[in-house]
Design a protein around this ligand. Structure first.
Ligand SMILES: C[S@@+](CC[C@H](N)C(=O)[O-])C[C@H]1O[C@@H](n2cnc3c(N)ncnc32)[C@H](O)[C@@H]1O
Length: 268
């Protein structure tokens, strides 16, 4: 093959945004990355590489592998499909993010719907299991007023995330996707990476106690499971309440008894 064709092929295969892969984790820094930002990302990479990988022998759980494959497809039409619900969520997001501060971990960033609502002083690390969803999110990072680092990471393992690192964990509609088997493990990881006194805010969906509404949810459940890998039956709240390092400080429903907001703190 001629040299120019190789170059062209390489350009076609390369991601269209700056991407750095470190120990299997893909780290994106910014959208239009300057030399300074690239160097910063490289430093971040060095820090990550220096940290010994915790229990690195643990493979990605097969159910997470399934979700990763699922979102490789769902990512293509996620925003389109989610639009009817996003019309509601976008009314909640600014209110739910206006008081977060410091070093923030967003677990399951998805297509980056929260990015524009973080206060400018936040230093955000946005993780997701799906490289395809991260790619979508990275296209939204110019909407963010704060600094954003995208990391390809499984929230139930967080192998590349050091302990006691974050002032806040924000996670919307991740735990309803996380398989029941991995809920406890993910909650322990939340506790591990939060600083003492650090706070968390989770938004999840649940089955309603109202028979008519529950019936509608049950009809819808197979679609939600197939496309999003999500369920209305996750018991994230009880896992949070059982974790000895976390305290749930408040819960409230944002709509009917289905959208549950959970606030809490890492014991100091
Ligand atoms: C329903 S979407 C929610 C996206 C976003 N948080 C929002 O509010 O629009 C769930 C996201 O969680 C991600 N996800 C699923 N399992 C995960 C895991 N184990 N670790 C990290 N992200 C995960 C999916 O790839 C997907 O992007």
């Amino acid at each position: 093959m001629k040299k120019t064709s190789v170059g062209l092929l390489k350009r076609m295969l390369l991601p269209k945004f700056p991407a750095i892969e470190i120990d299997g984790a893909v780290v994106f820094q910014g959208c239009d990355v300057s030399q300074d930002q690239l160097e910063e990302a490289a430093v971040l990479g060095a820090v990550m590489r220096k940290k010994p990988q915790k229990d690195s022998g643990r493979e990605l759980h097969e159910l997470n592998l399934l979700n990763q494959k699922r979102y490789a497809v769902t990512a293509w039409f996620y925003d389109f499909l989610d639009y009817p619900w996003e019309r509601q969520y976008r009314k909640w997001r600014p209110e739910l993010l206006k008081d977060v501060s410091g070093d923030v971990l967003e677990a399951g960033v998805g297509t980056g719907r929260n990015l524009q609502y973080y206060p400018h002083h936040v230093n955000l690390t946005a993780i997701d299991l799906s490289p395809a969803m991260l790619k979508k999110a990275s296209r939204r990072c110019s909407e963010a007023a704060c600094s954003v680092t995208f990391v390809h990471e499984d929230a139930s393992r967080m192998l590349s995330i050091p302990s006691a690192q974050y002032d806040w964990i924000v996670s919307f509609f991740l735990c309803c996707v996380l398989p029941n088997e991995l809920q406890e493990q993910a909650v322990s990881e939340f506790a591990r990476v939060l600083k003492p006194g650090g706070r968390f805010r989770l938004l999840e969906m649940k089955y309603s106690e109202n028979p008519a509404l529950r019936k509608r949810q049950e009809r819808f459940a197979p679609f939600v499971a197939k496309v999003y890998g999500a369920g209305f039956d996750r018991d994230t709240l009880s896992h949070l309440e059982k974790n000895k390092d976390l305290t749930v400080t408040g819960t409230r429903f944002l709509k009917a008894d289905t959208y549950l907001l959970i606030d809490g703190i890492r014991k100091g």
